[in-house]
Design a protein around this ligand. Structure first.
Ligand code: MN
Length: 480
């Protein structure tokens, strides 16, 4: 595999969207190259090939100047003799902060049991929210390390793959960077379960071959329908990533039952045309009623938007179609990093604002931080609340609420409103009365029964709640 990137490649990529910053990026490269002189990667390549590739991954996302420079310099604090102050002096404060943030994040040890480590981990976790670009650089770093993991020992491979699944896949999800997320998942699985990975890969390949005609036929038919109505469009064939298939098989599904294994991604110009497209498709192919999802009016907590509908395609094959605008597709692939392309110079501020106001991840993190004085408890809560699987349930109005797996109606009630939690006397899930510590499951419809005259939340609810928000509200109520 020869995919080595040269400085010229990086500069050419940069010229496509930000030609005026070529000089400083070149200087950052030469600076890093001099500092890493003599160091080698385990692949036998000179060390600089790694930061160069990281910077290139960032340039592919159209990252701003400071991010690209920090990508080139990201390992200099750790592996060479210079200091943060040197970088600040030779480049600027922003670049120095980014490199410093990435360096600290690299030292984070989520699984260590030492006390001092908990304090450190906490500092790092709260630190990354100050500039989301730190997370993005770290994701690019991890992506390249995972792509070149074959040169490491088997022990290191497994350790890195596990850590990637535990920390970096959730982080990529939280900022909506699905492309990075699914590549990291597949690379991890490849090292964690190599036999399984190969088996699924082969089956997937066979399936892709056998369904290619069917998908193409559908693609052309839908394209013709859209063109006839003058709806500007682009349609792509996409199959689920290997990890996604693995997860489903693991849950007991058969390959033939995975309804979104094969998908057509249909991009159109505007929101109204998404719904027009939906009608045209349903009119042509029978939809499966309960597989329809409207993430346009109900976006995911990482701002993903799209219409999903699974239909009976040619040869009775189930095919999922994902319908969204071109803009939504950018967010769906790149998440927060899509702003680099859209907002140019203002991107950094817009990213931070959005992170604070719209992304669930940041809100929960702030909540946990204010709630737990003890570092160990803080780290454990972040693990169970943010880095665990999620469940999605409905309110009576049909809003979708995201909660950590294991969450109970208590968490649900407080997430809707403090008063609802404080006056809750009972709960119905899918029209059945359930106990208050019932573990919510995907697609549950939850109705909370409240009574103004209730005594308020009982102290033992604290242990039955999973989220810091609910725990804090119950404590606050009982203090009064
Ligand atoms: Mn690195």
């Amino acid at each position: 595999m020869n995919n080595s990137i040269t400085l010229q490649d990086l500069l050419n990529k940069l010229r496509e969207y930000n030609p005026e910053e070529v000089e400083i990026v070149k200087r950052a490269y030469e600076y890093a190259d001099t500092l890493h002189k003599g160091q080698m990667r385990q692949s036998g390549e000179p060390y600089i090939s790694h930061p160069l590739k990281v910077a290139y991954i960032l340039a592919e996302m159209h990252a701003d100047r400071d991010t690209i420079c920090a990508g080139l310099l990201h390992d200099t604090l750790e592996d060479t003799n210079i200091t943060k102050e040197d970088i600040s002096h030779d480049f600027n404060q922003n670049i120095a902060n980014l490199v410093d943030g990435v360096t600290k994040l690299s030292k984070m040890n989520f699984s260590s049991k030492k006390d001092q480590n908990y304090a450190n981990t906490r500092k790092i976790i709260t630190g990354i929210t100050e500039d989301v670009r730190i997370i993005i650089i770290k994701l690019a770093d991890r992506l390249h390390n995972m792509r070149t993991l074959q040169f490491k020992s088997e022990f290191k491979q497994k350790e890195n793959a596990l850590e990637t699944m535990e920390i970096f896949v959730p982080l990529a999800y939280y900022i909506g960077a699905y492309r990075i997320k699914s590549e990291l998942e597949d690379l991890s699985l490849q090292y964690l379960k190599p036999d399984m990975y190969k088996k699924i890969e082969e089956r997937k390949l066979r399936l892709e071959e056998s369904s290619n005609d069917c998908l193409k036929e559908m693609l052309y038919k839908i394209k013709t329908l859209l063109n006839d109505k003058n709806i500007p469009n682009e349609i792509k064939i996409r199959t689920k990533n290997i990890y996604g298939i693995y997860k489903r098989l693991n849950e007991g599904h058969k390959l033939s039952d995975i309804h979104d294994l094969l998908a057509l991604k249909i991009m159109v110009d505007e929101v109204e045309n998404c719904y027009r497209t939906l009608y045209l498709i349903h009119n042509e192919y029978h939809p499966i009623n309960d597989k329809f999802k409207d993430y346009i009016c109900n976006p995911k907590t990482n701002l993903y938007q799209s219409l999903h509908t699974t239909v009976f395609g040619p040869d009775d094959r189930l095919v999922q179609t994902q319908i969204r605008t071109f803009d939504m597709d950018k967010v769906a692939s790149f998440g927060l990093t899509a702003y680099w392309d859209e907002q140019k110079g203002k991107a950094r501020d817009v990213m931070q604002d959005d992170l604070k106001q719209k992304f669930q991840f940041f809100k929960s993190l702030t909540e946990i931080n204010s709630m737990f004085g003890d570092n160990q408890q803080f780290v454990n809560q972040v693990k169970t609340e943010l880095f665990a699987d999620k469940v999605y349930v409905y309110t009576t109005k049909g809003d979708i609420i995201e909660l950590p797996k294991g969450a109970t109606p208590i968490d649900f009630a407080y997430k809707i409103h403090t008063d609802i939690g404080n006056t809750m006397v009972g709960v119905f899930v899918n029209d059945e009365f359930v106990p208050i510590d019932y573990a919510l499951r995907n697609k549950d419809r939850v109705r909370i029964v409240t009574d103004e005259l209730s005594y308020g939340p009982r102290e033992d609810w604290i242990d039955k709640a999973q989220t810091s928000l609910a725990k804090r509200k119950i404590k606050e109520f009982n203090k009064k």
